[in-house]
Design a protein around this ligand. Structure first.
Ligand SMILES: Cc1cc2nc3c(=O)[nH]c(=O)nc-3n(C[C@H](O)[C@H](O)[C@H](O)COP(=O)(O)OP(=O)(O)OC[C@H]3O[C@@H](n4cnc5c(N)ncnc54)[C@H](O)[C@@H]3O)c2cc1C
Length: 370
């Protein structure tokens, strides 16, 4: 059964890239019905990458000036990936400063149930749970309501959102939550009802955030955010009993963060989608995320699915050379590690702010348009 709403054939995904309108994007992206691309589920799974998107925009004749806002957003992804690469698992804790004014380390029930009372937010939570999608601005509102108004620590609510998102990428997720909660930014993000109404087109009044920004700064935790819980999130992985490996050939390893059908496509190899239960215990995802991954995996001819650890896979063909792409979650793999397709290769370290990273690399991005 198709539990997600998105196309998964490679040709159809490439066609989506060519529909990007960077000019309209720059003007409307913050609006719920703005010209956003919905490409992140494919970028997060590495079916396509930000470098390829940049190159196709250049090929279509857009100037840097016309594309700047869009390129900058793409570069947020690169920044977050670089931070994860630089800091590893420490992105799971508060990065720059401790989150202030934390009442608990659980998830507000109103977030889990989509009953915050802010209509636009509640609708977007239901959409997230049904379809695995949520607009960026709605994610920001959810994180603001949860952390800065509801006084929850960001970590468990972030895991809840990641669980549901088809574009779940722990770097973009954890670091965006931290950005909103003020642990990876200079100040907490807040928004009032006027702001929500403006960007969603819903005219709602008399909610807990229907006040001025000055009042919002001093607002105490509204009662509706008192109840909280800590549900267990579990991933249901396909049970795979056996796979056939040709001992004469290397193993090309795909996983949740890399299901690229163009990477090492010409090589004669065993192709295995490795689903490690331990990884999904640490970073659980919903059934529709797994269904989406498996649907995307059909773009890779001859691919076999293996549920087990890297070492269990290797024990099936101990002398095989393994090929994989670099990623913070692959550090226990052994074999030949390929670099990822970065927008700015070689700009490895990022620990400061996005804008210092942007300033450092903007010239190189601009040159791609010359
Ligand atoms: C609390 C919170 C949680 C988030 N969790 C995730 C997540 O798990 N996975 C994920 O991919 N993104 C996450 N984001 C970032 C952003 O919301 C999504 O990348 C974006 O909404 C995806 O929709 P789109 O493809 O239509 O983006 P577009 O607006 O069309 O942007 C094009 C691409 O640029 C990149 N991009 C755009 N905005 C951002 C951003 N703010 N941060 C990082 N990259 C961006 C993405 O790769 C995106 O696909 C999160 C943001 C917030 C505030």
């Amino acid at each position: 059964m198709n539990t997600h709403p998105l196309p998964t054939r490679y040709e159809d995904i490439i066609a989506l890239i060519d529909q990007i309108d960077p000019i309209r994007y720059g003007k409307t992206r913050n609006f719920i019905n703005g010209a956003v691309t919905q490409l992140s589920p494919y970028i997060s799974r590495n079916v396509i990458d930000t470098r390829m998107i940049l190159e196709r925009l250049v090929a279509r004749g857009f100037s840097y000036y016309q594309s700047e806002k869009f390129i900058q957003q793409l570069f947020w992804r690169e920044f977050f990936q670089r931070v994860w690469q630089s800091l590893g698992d420490s992105i799971n804790g508060d990065i720059k400063r401790e989150q202030e004014d934390v009442a608990h380390h659980a998830i507000p029930s109103v977030l889990l149930n989509g009953t915050t009372g802010i209509q636009a937010v509640d609708q977007s939570i239901h959409l997230l749970q049904q379809q695995g999608m949520m607009h960026n601005h709605m994610r920001m509102y959810c994180a603001f309501l949860t952390c800065n108004l509801g006084k929850a620590h960001w970590f468990h609510p972030a895991r809840w959102m990641y669980f549901h998102l088809l574009d779940g990428d722990w770097a973009s997720n954890a670091l965006s939550w931290q950005w909103v909660a003020g642990t990876f930014s200079s100040k907490k993000y807040i928004a009032n009802q006027d702001n929500v109404n403006h960007y969603t087109g819903i005219q709602q009044r008399s909610t807990v955030i229907d006040c001025s920004y000055e009042e919002l700064q001093d607002l105490r935790q509204p009662q509706v955010f008192n109840a909280h819980e800590l549900p267990q999130f579990e991933t249901r992985l396909p049970v795979v009993n056996s796979i056939q490996l040709d001992d004469q050939l290397p193993i090309v390893i795909y996983n949740y963060y890399n299901i690229s059908s163009t990477w090492r496509a010409d090589m004669r190899a065993n192709r295995v989608l490795l689903l490690e239960p331990e990884l999904f215990t640490a970073y659980p995802v919903s059934e529709k995320c797994i269904d989406f991954l498996l649907a995307l995996s059909k773009n890779i001819p001859g691919l076999q699915v293996f549920t087990g650890s890297f070492n269990e896979l290797l024990s099936l063909s101990p002398s095989a050379t393994c090929y994989f792409q670099e990623h913070p979650l692959n550090r226990h793999y052994k074999g030949i590690e390929d670099p990822r397709p970065w927008m700015v290769p070689g700009s490895a370290s990022a620990t400061g702010s996005f804008f210092s990273f942007w300033k450092k690399n903007e010239r190189l991005l601009r040159q791609a348009f010359n």
